[in-house]
Design a protein around this ligand. Structure first.
Ligand code: B12
Length: 421
């Protein structure tokens, strides 16, 4: 018996995963995987490549549902991307996530094609070409057409698919790290995973030293963003940050506090948005998006089953709270409104109630993978093409969730400010 215990401990130690031991952790992982699987069902369940990737990087699978979801990615997501490409939009982030999702299912990427200017182009050729355009844009205006998060995703997807990333393309990311052209734990994490892949591939030979410096720079930034409670950045960037640290060679022990912070958040249901779950789950499995590189899809577990759940009817609360809504348009002249809403309403519901009062307040939103993104307020659009957006804050503190996820529990002032980024 004693020797069995010793062998088990030695095996755990040798596999470098000393934290993978407690049973409560595997229960949590299972319930998060089930939540992700459930999010794909129903009418709102648009195919989501990030969710697919997270399910495929998990240890337990429902192979039938994953395969059905792969088909939906190849049809619905493919069509969405095709439409954007036909409208000459840069979609490097989505192309990259689509690539990573297909790769995580060991799908032959060469069979995926798009129609570009009446010619057929493979997914990877299109991604490579769009990355060249992003690189040209950086050369001219010091920023990508999209953002550095998506630029990093593009590098990561090409690299993990075995495509040699053009030195000029990776150099732009290295320079952006060097000159701090982007901030935020999420973007640093994605850049870290991308550059680590480039380093491992051995293709970046010209400026190998600069690449190493950029990676240690990113690691320092991530560790500097670590708070006393273990979060890196905020609760929604910690998963990606841990993925990056693990990919960059950190030991699990070095991330233990951050992993514990994620688990605590998960148990208190902070990650009800499937996108949030999709970014933390690989980290809880001690994996990163880089892990798709070595995915074989053989002898996979197929035990993840969804039990039917009783629909929960949430009755609106009887007690009401007052929300003051301040709108600061680009002219700077603020308009202030007030509305009473049932306690626990989402900000989206509060805005709908306010709109219904016909006091001159209107708004529109666009759907995104994270949920509804507030795009127009009082007829004024804060457009990504103009690098503007409606920034949301509550009593002066920036919201860390979108309009559908943020819940109104107490009276407060919500400010929406047309902001440039
Ligand atoms: C870049 C970015 C932005 C840019 C996007 C525009 C651009 N072209 O650069 C800007 C600055 C506009 C932005 C705004 C906001 N963001 Co933001 N953003 C990101 C980031 C770093 C990358 C997104 C991306 O490009 N993904 C890749 C592409 C392929 O995926 P996508 O889904 O198509 O991306 C689009 C949407 O995600 C949308 N988007 C961006 N942020 C948000 C936030 C919400 C709530 C929604 C619904 C949509 C949305 O814009 C993306 C580009 O078109 C993520 C980090 C992450 N971990 O995901 C945070 C992130 C998604 N953002 C976040 C937040 C909180 C916000 C704001 C609510 C902040 C605020 N206080 O106002 C606002 C949204 C307000 C609104 N009007 O509804 C959180 C969301 C957490 C959550 N639980 O919901 C994240 C995870 C960052 C974090 N760690 O806190 N964001």
């Amino acid at each position: 018996m004693l020797s069995l215990v010793i062998i088990t401990s030695l095996l755990a130690f040798a596999s470098g995963k000393p934290c993978d031991t407690d049973g409560s952790n595997s229960e949590l992982l299972l319930s998060l995987s089930k939540n992700l699987l459930r999010s794909l069902e129903g009418q709102e369940g648009r195919p989501n490549p990030s969710v697919h990737l997270a399910l495929r990087l998990s240890n337990s699978h429902n192979l039938a549902k994953e395969s059905a979801h792969l088909d939906r990615l190849k049809n619905d997501l493919h069509n969405d991307i095709q439409n954007s490409v036909s409208n000459s939009q840069s979609v490097v982030g989505l192309l990259a996530l689509y690539t990573l999702a297909l790769k995580s299912s060991c799908y032959d990427l060469n069979t995926i094609t798009f129609t570009v200017s009446e010619r057929s182009e493979t997914l990877l050729t299109l991604l490579k070409r769009q990355m060249e355009q992003e690189k040209e844009h950086i050369a001219i205006s010091h920023r990508p057409l999209t953002n550095y998060y998506q630029y990093s995703l593009g590098v990561l997807a090409l690299c993990t698919s075995g495509i040699r990333v053009n030195n000029h393309v990776s150099n732009k990311l290295i320079k952006a790290v060097e000159h701090s052209h982007f901030t935020g734990a999420d973007t640093n994490a994605m850049a870290g995973m991308a550059l680590q892949c480039v380093k491992d591939s051995g293709s970046h030979v010209h400026n190998a030293a600069e690449l190493v410096t950029a990676l240690s720079n990113i690691k320092q930034k991530l560790l500097a963003a670590r708070r006393a409670d273990g979060h890196i950045g905020n609760e929604f960037s910690t998963g990606l940050a841990v993925q990056a640290l693990l990919a960059m060679g950190s030991q699990v022990a070095e991330c233990a506090a951050s992993l514990e912070a994620i688990r605590t958040d998960a148990r208190s249901n902070k990650y009800h948005n499937p996108m949030a779950v999709s970014q933390i789950l690989p980290a809880l499995h001690r994996k990163s998006y880089l892990s798709v590189q070595s995915k074989t899809c053989q002898n996979e577990d197929d035990t993840l089953v969804l039990e039917p759940i009783d629909p929960v009817v949430v009755l609106p609360s009887q007690s009401k709270v007052t929300v003051v809504v301040e709108v600061v348009p680009s002219s700077g002249t603020a308009a202030v409104y007030s509305v009473d809403v049932p306690k626990g309403s989402s900000l989206l519901e509060a805005l709908e109630l306010l709109k219904g009062k016909s006091v001159g307040f209107t708004f529109e939103n666009e759907s995104s993978q994270w949920g509804p993104f507030l795009s127009v307020v009082n007829g004024e659009q804060a457009r990504q093409s103009d690098r503007r957006y409606w920034h949301l804050s509550s009593d002066g503190t920036g919201l860390r969730e979108g309009i559908k996820d943020f819940k109104i529990e107490v009276a407060q002032k919500i400010t929406m400010k047309n902001t440039s980024y």
